[in-house]
Design a protein around this ligand. Structure first.
Ligand SMILES: NC(=O)c1ccc[n+]([C@@H]2O[C@H](COP(=O)([O-])OP(=O)(O)OC[C@H]3O[C@@H](n4cnc5c(N)ncnc54)[C@H](OP(=O)(O)O)[C@@H]3O)[C@@H](O)[C@H]2O)c1
Length: 234
C-alpha cells in the first residue's frame, strides 16, 4: 500500500486514477476544487480498506490554496504525487486569446511545479518500498518534434513548459531519491476532448499510466512516456 496525491481528482483522468488506485488497495488524497458524486462514492466506499480522502477548495493556481493544502496534510508522508489537473483553452493564430494563454501557463505549467515544490517535505518522509515519485501529466501536444498540425498555441506552450519543468525536476530531485515521470495519457475521451469518440477510455489510459508510474525508477527518471509505454520525442 502506498499513499498517492492526485490533483483534478473529481472527474476525467484524475477521477479514474483515484478509482483504480483504491481498487488495487492504495490510499489516495484526492485534491479538487469541488468534489463529484463519483468521487464522494469512493470516499464513502466502506467495502474498501483503501482510504480515499478528499481535499476540496484547492485551486492549484492559487498559492493560498496550496498553502492550506500543505497545512491540512500536517506533514503526512506522501509516496507518489500525480500532477494531473489541467485545462485546454482555444488559442488560434487569428485569435490568440492571451488571457487564456496566461491561464493555461498558470494551471498547466506553473501550478504543478509549485505544488511539487510545496509537497517535497511530505515526499521526503516517504518510506515506500516502490520509491518516491512525481508524475507530471503533460501532452504529446507539447512535443516540438511531434507538432505536425500547428495551432493550440496556449495549450502547446504550457505543455512544453511543464515537460521542461518535469525534466529539471528529474535532475534536481534525483539526489533526494525522487523519480519523475513525464506522461502523455493518449487521446482520451473526457470533458477536455468533448468526449471525443476516437479517444480511448479513461480506464484504458489510466491502466497504462499506472504501469508507467509503477515501473518508474531513478534510472528512468525524466522520461517522456505515452501511457502505452512508447517513449515520446521532445
Ligand atoms: N484527455 C486527453 O485526451 C488528454 C490528452 C493529453 C493530456 N491530457 C492531460 O491530462 C490531464 C487530465 O485531463 P482530463 O482529460 O482528465 O481533463 P478534464 O476531464 O477536463 O479534467 C480536468 C481536471 O482538472 C481540474 N482543474 C482544472 N483547473 C484546475 C485548477 N485551477 N485547480 C484545480 N483543479 C483544476 C478540473 O477540475 P474542475 O472540475 O474543478 O474544473 C478537472 O478535475 C490534463 O493535465 C490534460 O492536459 C489530457
Amino acid at each position: 500500500m502506498a499513499i498517492y496525491l492526485v490533483t483534478g481528482a473529481n472527474r476525467g483522468i484524475g477521477y479514474e486514477y483515484c478509482k483504480q488506485l483504491q481498487e488495487r488497495g492504495d490510499e489516495v488524497i484526492a485534491v479538487c476544487r469541488h468534489s463529484s458524486k463519483e468521487l464522494d462514492a469512493l470516499a464513502n466506499n466502506t467495502a474498501s480498506r483503501a482510504k480515499v480522502q478528499i481535499k476540496t477548495n484547492i485551486d492549484i493556481s492559487d498559492n493560498g490554496a496550496i498553502a492550506s493544502l500543505v497545512q491540512s496534510l500536517n506533514q503526512q508522508p506522501l509516496d507518489v504525487l500525480i500532477n494531473n489537473a489541467g485545462i485546454y483553452r482555444q488559442s488560434r493564430l487569428n485569435d490568440l486569446n492571451i488571457e487564456g494563454m496566461r491561464e493555461q501557463f498558470e494551471v498547466n505549467a506553473i501550478a504543478p511545479l509549485k505544488l511539487t515544490q510545496a509537497l517535497l517535505p511530505n515526499l521526503s518522509k516517504s518510506t515506500a518500498s516502490g520509491g518516491k515519485k512525481v508524475a507530471i501529466m503533460t501532452s504529446r501536444m507539447g512535443s516540438i518534434s511531434d507538432n505536425t498540425s500547428g495551432g493550440s498555441y496556449g495549450y502547446r506552450l504550457s505543455k512544453v513548459a511543464v515537460s521542461m519543468a518535469g525534466k529539471s525536476l528529474s535532475h534536481d530531485l534525483k539526489p533526494e531519491g525522487i523519480a519523475v515521470a513525464i506522461l502523455h495519457p493518449g487521446l482520451v475521451s473526457t470533458g477536455m476532448t468533448n468526449f471525443n469518440e476516437n479517444g480511448i477510455s479513461p480506464e484504458e489510459s489510466v491502466s497504462g499510466l499506472l504501469e508507467r508510474i509503477d515501473g518508474l525508477t531513478l534510472k528512468t527518471t525524466g522520461t517522456f512516456w505515452h501511457a502505452n509505454g512508447e517513449v515520446l520525442p521532445w
